[in-house]
Design a protein around this ligand. Structure first.
Ligand SMILES: *[C@@H]1O[C@H](CO)[C@@H](O)[C@H](O)[C@H]1NC(C)=O
Length: 376
């Protein structure tokens, strides 16, 4: 009779142990999977990250978001594919480079013209018009390209010290005809721009192209994603923006202190992209959102940086660049005068440049299919 009890007990024990076994197998499975992911991230992560110092929480009213950018008038809607940079010529014609490899321009009568097809890539970035009327555009794969008034194209700065120039980002002409331009990153390309920010090591440069010797030289090295470049109205200094350092540097051009570097503005309420000189001598800087609440914790963990760098789809989940827009007007003394936002990105998002002329402000973007215009 008793014989059944042990067998029941054995049965019970069997059941328990099979649950336990199942548990152990499941746990092992997850452990092995986690280990595999960690190993994959460790061995395939394209970055060797540092942590990023974020600017202190702002206090002044100038840092309170408004919705002024939601009032823009849309110019060229549907025909401008993500117009990143903007510039204006002596006659008041506005130029932009679009993701389809075109330079398009807005005549003063309000008509857009497909002016010059550069190539079939989406790598054209910042641009400027020289005093002699040539257009210079940065190409993230080829360096600087010159387009003369008659439409002839010339490759200008393509190499430095025998190496190809990659990721040329923005350009400005100094009074002596030199072209100063930024290289956002010497390590990562345009497609991997986010990796430069995740890595948070300064791979950017400021270069100079001399039109007389036709040579390119290094001006500043070790910049944190060198982006917008502008020259002061008195030609005394140049400003170069360091995107993920939330600041812009002042590089002195005037004779006595030529080459000296100061901070022009730091602790910006966003990450500076392009910068343009305004008619009154102040500057307009477009600011990107690299520190949304979701991104903040990314900047504080190397493991998460590795994870996001390895799995681009995960990065897309936290990236907030295309969720809002901001631009600030900064005096030549480096003080913020005005701030314009579209905090929800309802009308404009990912605004990359702001340009003022003839009493109007124009905005380029890597999200929208138009140039925004705001009367001042
Ligand atoms: C605007 O000006 C351009 C250049 O002069 C011309 O080609 C175009 O036809 C003009 N458009 C209108 C609507 O007047």
């Amino acid at each position: 009779m008793n014989i059944y009890y042990p067998s029941k007990n054995i049965f019970t024990n069997d059941h328990t142990s099979s649950i336990m076994e199942y548990g152990v197998i499941t746990a092992s499975f997850f452990l092995v999977s986690a280990l595999a992911i960690i190993l994959q991230v460790f061995f395939t992560s394209p970055i060797s990250p540092d942590l990023l110092d974020l600017p202190p929480e702002p206090s002044s009213h100038l840092f309170t978001p408004n919705n002024h950018l939601q009032g823009v008038i849309k110019l060229g809607e549907g025909i401008l594919n993500k117009p990143e940079g903007l510039c204006v010529d002596q006659k008041g014609m506005l130029y932009t480079a679009t993701r389809d490899g075109w330079i398009k321009r807005l005549h003063t009568n309000g008509t857009w013209e497909n002016w010059k097809k550069i190539h079939n890539r989406h790598t054209l970035l910042g641009l400027t018009i020289t005093r002699t009327g040539d257009l210079i555009v940065c190409d993230a794969e080829e360096g600087l390209i010159k387009v003369s008034e008659d439409g002839a194209m010339t490759a200008l700065a393509t190499h430095i010290n025998g190496e190809n120039i990659r990721f040329a980002d923005d350009v400005a002409e100094a009074g002596d005809g030199s072209l100063y331009f930024s290289v956002a990153s010497t390590k990562f390309g345009l497609h991997d721009a986010h990796l430069d920010m995740l890595e948070a090591k300064p791979h950017g440069q400021l270069l100079k192209y001399d039109p007389f010797t036709m040579e390119t030289s290094l001006v500043l090295d070790g910049l944190a994603f060198a982006n917008g470049v502008a020259i002061s109205s008195d030609q005394e200094f140049l400003v170069v923006c360091e995107t993920w350092k939330f600041r812009c540097l002042k590089y002195w051009l005037k004779e006595e202190i030529r080459g000296k570097v100061d901070i022009f503005i730091d602790n910006l309420p966003g990450s500076p992209d392009n910068i343009n000189l305004a008619p009154d001598g102040s500057f307009w800087i477009a600011l990107l959102q690299l520190t949304s609440s979701r991104m903040k914790f990314v900047h504080s963990s190397k493991a998460i940086k590795h994870l996001l760098a390895t799995f681009p789809k995960l990065y897309d989940q936290v990236n907030a660049l295309d969720k809002s827009a901001m631009a600030v007007n900064v005096g030549s003394d480096g003080k913020i005068i005005k701030r314009l936002d579209d905090p929800s990105g309802e009308v404009m998002a990912f605004v990359t440049s702001a340009l003022e002329f003839n009493g109007k402000l124009y905005f380029g973007s890597l999200k929208n299919d138009f140039v925004g215009m705001l009367p001042i």
